[in-house]
Design a protein around this ligand. Sequence first.
Ligand SMILES: O=C(O)CCC(=O)C(=O)O
Length: 295
Amino acid sequence: MRPPLTPGQITRARFERDGYLCPIDALTPAQAAHYRTLYLDFHQRHKSRLDALRAGERWQINTDTHFVLEWVDALTREPAILDAVERVLGPDLLAWNTSWFVKFPGDKAFVSWHQDGAYWGLSPMDVATAWVALGPVTPENGCMRVVPGSHKQTHLPQRDTFADNNVLSRGQEISVAVDEAQAVDLALQPGQISLHHLWTVHGSNTNTSDTPRIGIAIRYVSTRVRQEGAVKPIAMLVRGRDDFQHFRLVDRPRGNDAMAGEGLHAQLLQRVHVALAGAAKPLWRAATWGSPRRR
Ligand SMILES: O=C(O)CCC(=O)C(=O)O
């Protein structure tokens, strides 16, 4: 396991150079255990539906729960996570999307090599995913893998495979050769995070161990980012201020009773879906950086 990055190593320059930063200490082991318990309760509550769905369809339950569950919203606002993200994206931050990426032992789920930027339509590229480990995350239980520097080549061709055990909603995968020999394992201890760039080539293997891999990807964007398309996307302001209003800001959830995939959550996901459908075209502007507002 690599030593955690020091605050001085968590810089935008390094993120722009390598396309990822890892590992970063963020939550204490006690905080990670707290959120892990909450996740396991959530999972238990939705277990029968999660088990019935194919890996690529579980997004209906696993996506954007921060809009409806108070504890997931609280996780996206953890100060140590935001401090790391602020070092890369500047002070005005939205939590645009969250996705649970969980692989229990025996689960055949995997994530094919892909670049997020190809289908989000976000520009400029002031976007960082914080992947938060709520338990140990290792090569054996299917940690995320990235190809360092691959973000510099944006818009690699991708195809939809709809492969059975692929966790991505359409089984998206890069359709040109990926040099796996260059890939780096993003192993994390409970409470650590990695940050990855919008265009970094990444994926993960199946969990071949007896240890669950439990984590959430939180997609933070600077308030200056826009999403292409006719529908204003939704997000939560989690730090700083929003001088741009490129996103419709959603009120913070109160309580933890919402059923994922139903009611308000289903309505919000529908809007997210429409916004994403209008944003699916790759854009040259997605490959530019904005200039951060400095405090
Ligand atoms: O958790 C994984 O294995 C993949 C995560 C991922 O694709 C992402 O965060 O964009």
